[in-house]
Ligand binder design. Structure first.
Ligand code: AKG
Length: 263
């Protein structure tokens, strides 16, 4: 089944991102909300899923969970087959395979993300498409994403010491807020600059991010997580403080609480 019409395709090519409202119906949204709550209640582990925490005015809260697909059958079925995989494959113009997955919780007071491209943090393959699923409403107040339309066409933009787009370069770009409602999806490629503010509302802003690459480029998911664990083990030893990040790039602006069980 085709999900994309010519207006979608034009928007994707011109902007570098595409929102599809109501991709999941209310019953599906209910299930997604339950699954995200289940995952968030899992105890931290050393070698399975990865939880990251941040300090908020309400205490330490989860900021991110990763590598949960092997341990949650319903989520696994939803993201490795069916309409999400189909719509991403349609945009890729070839079959896609899951590269990585995360939930960014952004509870009230949770930190934002500096302007960045994903490509520098996503190794092994040079192009990815992420499908964001809005589990809660995301608004400018609660920390929705902002994109710089068309800037995906510029390829790699020079990185600052954090692996992000420098504040000066970011200030020269035009940014568009893209709010989402529960059940909406937002597709974006790994070169589109994006950022998001802190959550200044009283509501959580939970979002699932599913990142895919072309299957013809190989299945890198296990390698991605093995490499990330190894890198963070190294960061914890080398005194660089990079273990206070939640990614190989220092885009997260929240205050990390070191429960991240990457070691
Ligand atoms: O969840 C957000 O607010 C933005 C997340 C993001 O850009 C990222 O995790 O790379």
């Amino acid at each position: 089944m085709a999900y994309l019409n010519s207006a979608h395709q034009r928007e994707w090519e011109n902007n570098g991102y595409l929102k599809i409202s109501g991709f999941f119906d209310s019953e599906e949204v209910n299930a997604l909300q339950i699954w995200v709550s289940e995952i968030s209640s899992w105890e931290p582990t050393e070698n399975k899923w990865i939880h990251h925490y941040e300090s908020t005015p309400e205490g330490a809260r989860l900021s991110r969970s990763e590598n949960f697909v092997p341990y949650h059958t319903d989520i696994r079925n939803t993201v490795t087959s069916g309409k999400v995989l189909d719509v991403v494959s349609e945009l890729m113009t070839e079959p896609a395979v899951l590269y990585k997955e995360k939930i960014n919780y952004k509870y009230s007071g949770g930190g934002g993300y500096a302007a960045h491209q994903d490509a520098p943090a996503y190794e092994f393959v040079d192009y990815h498409i992420t499908c964001l699923i809005s589990v809660d409403s995301a608004t400018p107040e609660s920390g929705c994403l902002y994109f710089a339309p068309g800037k995906h066409q510029e390829g790699f933009i020079a990185l600052d010491e954090k692996g992000c787009i420098s504040p000066e370069t970011a200030a020269s770009m035009k940014w568009v807020a893209v709010p989402t409602d529960p059940g909406d999806i937002l597709l974006f490629g790994s070169y589109i600059p994006h950022k998001s503010p802190a959550n200044r509302s009283n509501e959580p802003r939970r979002i699932i991010y599913l990142t895919y690459n072309a299957k013809s480029q190989g299945d890198w998911r296990e390698q991605y997580y093995a490499d990330k664990r190894q890198a963070f083990t190294q960061y914890a030893k080398d005194g660089s403080k990079r273990d206070k990040q939640i990614s190989k790039i220092a885009h997260f602006q929240g205050k990390v609480v070191n429960h991240a069980k990457l070691r």
